[in-house]
Design a protein around this ligand. Sequence first.
Ligand SMILES: Cc1cc2nc3c(=O)[nH]c(=O)nc-3n(C[C@H](O)[C@H](O)[C@H](O)COP(=O)(O)OP(=O)(O)OC[C@H]3O[C@@H](n4cnc5c(N)ncnc54)[C@H](O)[C@@H]3O)c2cc1C
Length: 351
Amino acid sequence: MAMDFDMVVIGGGAAGLTAAGISASLGAKTAIIEESRLGGDCTWTGCVPSKALLKAAGIANTFRTAGRYGLKASEPQIDFSTVMDRVHEIQNAVYEDADAPPVYQKMGITVIEGKSQFISPRQVEVLGQGGGRRQLASRFFVIATGGRPVIPPVEGLSETPYLTSETIFTISKLPARMIVLGAGPIGIEMAQAFRRLGSEVVVLDAQDRILPRDDAELTSLLLERLAGEGIHFLLGSGVRRVDSAMGSIRVAYRAASSSSEATLEGDTLLVAAGRRPNLDGLGLEAGKPGRNRRGPPLPNLGGQHFCLRRCDGALPVYAHVGAHGQSGRHQRAAPRANENGHRQRSLVYFH
Ligand SMILES: Cc1cc2nc3c(=O)[nH]c(=O)nc-3n(C[C@H](O)[C@H](O)[C@H](O)COP(=O)(O)OP(=O)(O)OC[C@H]3O[C@@H](n4cnc5c(N)ncnc54)[C@H](O)[C@@H]3O)c2cc1C
């Protein structure tokens, strides 16, 4: 079979863009296929908007706590839609600078827009947004299709308006009362950001601690600090039902320590209950299960395929784990072993 490329990368997020850049720099004829916009989670729904929002929230908190520095503390005037405009400006600047197709075309990479699916171990078919189809053959493939939020099977959730990390950065009105389902990295970061920007925030999680993958000693300090900022935590509390009426969202839950249900009300519900890999529709199901130590079985496509980061269901959650460590502005829980003897490989940002 004639090969169109040496390397085809499926998915143009942080992992795919990096893989394509390395491949091209080694002289391989490389293509990258992206079904949406290059940049993926990190630029559009993850690192960049969340850190831009946390920065604004941190500044708001500095106003309130300026007394610590001998300055007069004051309540900041927050125009949330202007804060979000800045978040979007930063996203667009990052995109233009590091993600946009011309950046990769200059490296000799062919950028193809569309959704791709394997039709044989060495071929993918790309379905373009206009409906056109194109087949490509390659010696190697990188599957870097990332992940998406898990929506837990809670009664009433599918009929209730809720946000996830994919939609929260599109809102322009500050929630008055936000309920966060999930005390993992995304739930905790967003809880702190919105609390500092002025929302009342309640975080609910079935587990009895926050950030269960991180060091318990550090996360209990963080819990104290976040509670001190006014975030209300309902840990060890399982959500039973969710519904909404007249702009109000109700969450019925039961604490492990209680035999009766209680109800919470808010105007915004953020579901941050974990992530799952994006493998559906890639045509992988046709193959035989191959080796994948941590995630779901992947098909054996003949050893010429590499699955990067999230798409194999593996930890860590964040792409920056290896890159950070010096800044005093975040907690780094790696690399010491936790109480179970496991090395921590995740990173959570807070101010
Ligand atoms: C709220 C939030 C905050 C975060 N903060 C941080 C942080 O501060 N630091 C950090 O390091 N990480 C952070 N992360 C995690 C980080 O965003 C991800 O680890 C990283 O973006 C994963 O990159 P990826 O390339 O594996 O996947 P993605 O960025 O998800 O890219 C996958 C791409 O594949 C495309 N795709 C999927 N299926 C197909 C298909 N069949 N054909 C073609 N294209 C396809 C998608 O459209 C997408 O663009 C955060 C995540 C979230 C949600």
